[in-house]
Design a protein around this ligand. Structure first.
Ligand code: ZN
Length: 128
C-alpha cells in the first residue's frame, strides 16, 4: 500500500539514500561497529559481491578512489551505471536492469564477481 502524493513518494527514496550517504560520510564502517555485518560472509567465510561496499562507499564519499576500488571494485565500476539509472528513473524511463535480459546480465556479473574474488587468483578483488 502506498500513501502520500506522487511527489512525496518520489522524494522518499531520495531522502533514504541521502540519509544513508550522510551516515556513511560521517561514520567510517571500519571504525564503528553499528554497521551490520555481511551474513553470507559470517556464515561461509566467503566474500559476497557486496562485501566491502560500505567501506568503499565511505572512501568514495571522501574522494579516495583507490581505497574504494580495493574494498569493492564492482561498486566503483558500476558507479556510472548507477548514476545513469538514477537519471533515467527520474525521467520516468524503465531501467534496462528491470527487463529480463538485464536481470540475467546483472545476476551473471554478480555471480562471476563473487566467484572470482573468492578464488586464490582473484584475492586482489577481496576487501582487505
Ligand atoms: Zn558480503
Amino acid at each position: 500500500m502506498t500513501t502520500g502524493t506522487p511527489a512525496r513518494r518520489n522524494w522518499l527514496p531520495v531522502a533514504i539514500v541521502a540519509g544513508a550517504l550522510a551516515v556513511l560520510f560521517f561514520f567510517n564502517p571500519s571504525e564503528h561497529g553499528f554497521f551490520p555485518p555481511c551474513l553470507f560472509h559470517e556464515l561461509t567465510g566467503w566474500n559476497c559481491p557486496g562485501c566491502g561496499a560500505t567501506r568503499a562507499a565511505h572512501a568514495l564519499l571522501h574522494g579516495r578512489l583507490a581505497e574504494a576500488w580495493r574494498d569493492n571494485a564492482l561498486l566503483v565500476a558500476a558507479l556510472p551505471r548507477l548514476a545513469g539509472f538514477a537519471v533515467f528513473r527520474r525521467r520516468g524511463r524503465a531501467a534496462w536492469v528491470f527487463r529480463p535480459a538485464g536481470l540475467w546480465i546483472l545476476s551473471g556479473v554478480l555471480v562471476v564477481f563473487m566467484v572470482v574474488r573468492n578464488l586464490p587468483t582473484g584475492v586482489w578483488l577481496s576487501p582487505p
